[in-house]
Design a protein around this ligand. Structure first.
Ligand SMILES: *[C@@H]1O[C@H](CO)[C@@H](O)[C@H](O)[C@H]1NC(C)=O
Length: 415
């Protein structure tokens, strides 16, 4: 049996205490806390992963590049070696968004809004692993995880003095790139910008800017993992995610940094949705996404606010509990995703891996990135498909058949 369901045990006390402080953040916080996944399901089976210390960007304050609370931004860096010495992988960290003064003020008291609370070291697993048997193509590259502490996918530029909030995502992005260029990235002969979730959206938003840092001779591509957030209608007919994104864009003045080519025909909030961005990206881009993305299912399609009586709760916690009408709504969600990538999929440089799983962030975790039983499409694990695309070994436009045909998924199950 290839199938393996990851059981996520969520401690109710943690859940409700976070929820009481901010309704927007709690499920997201738990879903994106990879440490929970690792500690519950994987760590007894795996050797200790490589731990990489946090580096703060000391020159950042003079550039105005600070976290929500004014503290220094940071990153984790493991140098490349051998054939990877001049290759660079940048991963932009994810972790939801803050769309109101209140949720941003709360975020200042977390690692997502202040480097005071960031882990002093992080495990480098999956696409960040330094072992060839865990990460066949990128293991010996220079690998960097840039921490997320602005709440707007590294794209805002504003402030709120009354609430003592700095919205400097765009400046953090630039300061991080400047620092990494000075640490050797300027000599890169190949580079990949990646990121998951809010970081996967950031990798789409910054893809062409990343490419423009390098001379034409450098091979530059971008990977968005679980960053393809649909402008979806929720189960009560509302637009939960559009409302959230609208708040982020307006509060943090994201429109300053959205592509003019999109703003010329759509409103700024629409231009924060990948479906309206991907056709404007000139640099080769790979979309890795679960067709039934677990975060979007829980927070965009069937969020608590759209289902106050909780009739979706059982289905949300485990897809095996969904009835036929709920499955149909999930199939419609997948169909919308496939429809939104239609034009993109026909371009020669694009890459796709859209598997029919209930997952979120499949490149950071070892079990989904590259392992004996990791998810497959056309018989290829994610790590091999993305390597084949990056190195032009193969055209990769892998789209799964609809649920329940895939028995290689590592579905997230919430208890
Ligand atoms: C599926 O469950 C939902 C929510 O409980 C309910 O409204 C709907 O009628 C059910 N559909 C079927 C076909 O049982």
């Amino acid at each position: 049996m290839r199938r393996m369901n990851i059981i996520l045990i969520i401690i109710t006390v943690t859940f409700s205490s976070v929820r009481s402080q901010t309704q927007n953040l709690s499920p997201r916080y738990i879903l994106e806390n990879d440490n929970d996944v690792v500690s519950v399901s994987s760590s007894p089976l795996l050797p200790q992963p490589l731990m990489i210390p946090l580096t703060l960007i000391h020159g950042a304050v003079s550039k105005g590049a600070v976290c929500l609370d004014g503290t220094l931004p940071g990153y984790h860096f493991h140098p490349g070696s051998g054939s990877g010495a001049n290759s660079w992988l940048i991963q932009l960290e994810g972790g939801g968004w803050s769309n109101t003064i209140r949720s941003c003020v709360f975020r200042k008291t977390t690692r997502r809004g202040s480097s005071k609370y960031m882990e002093k070291q992080l495990p480098f697993t999956g696409i960040l692993s330094n072992k060839a048997e865990q990460n066949p193509d990128f293991f010996n590259w220079n690998r960097v995880k840039v921490r997320y502490c602005d709440g707007a996918s590294f794209s805002g530029d504003s402030q709120n003095e009354a609430a003592q909030l700095q919205f400097r995502g765009q400046k953090i992005w630039l300061a991080a790139m400047e620092e990494l260029m000075s640490r050797g990235m300027k000599n890169a002969n190949q580079a990949l910008l990646s990121g998951c979730s809010a970081g996967g959206l950031a990798s789409i938003l910054h893809c062409d800017e990343f490419q423009s840092l390098f001379p034409k001779s450098t091979k530059v591509k971008c990977l968005s993992d679980a960053g393809f957030f649909l402008d979806a209608t929720d189960v009560s007919g509302g637009h939960t995610l559009r409302n959230l994104f609208g708040g982020v864009v307006n509060l943090q003045e994201v429109q300053k940094n959205l592509p003019k080519s999109c703003l010329s025909h759509l409103d700024p909030t629409s231009c924060f949705f990948p479906q309206n961005l991907i056709d404007h990206v000139q640099t080769p881009l790979f979309l890795l996404n679960a067709a039934y993305d677990a975060w979007q299912f829980q927070e965009s399609l069937a969020p608590h606010s759209a289902d106050p009586h909780g009739s979706w709760n059982n289905c949300k916690s485990n897809h095996a509990n969904c009835n036929s009408s709920q499955i149909q709504i999930l199939q419609n969600f997948r169909n919308q995703m496939l429809n939104d990538i239609k034009g993109f999929s026909t371009t020669s440089q694009s890459g796709l891996f859209i598997n029919s799983c209930f997952a979120h962030c499949q490149s950071e975790r070892q079990d989904t990135w590259f392992a004996d039983d990791s998810p497959l499409l056309n018989n290829l694990p994610i790590a091999v498909a993305i390597g084949n695309w990056f190195f032009d070994r193969q055209v990769v436009k892998a789209i799964d058949c609809a649920y329940p045909c895939d028995n290689t998924c590592h579905n997230l199950v919430f208890k």
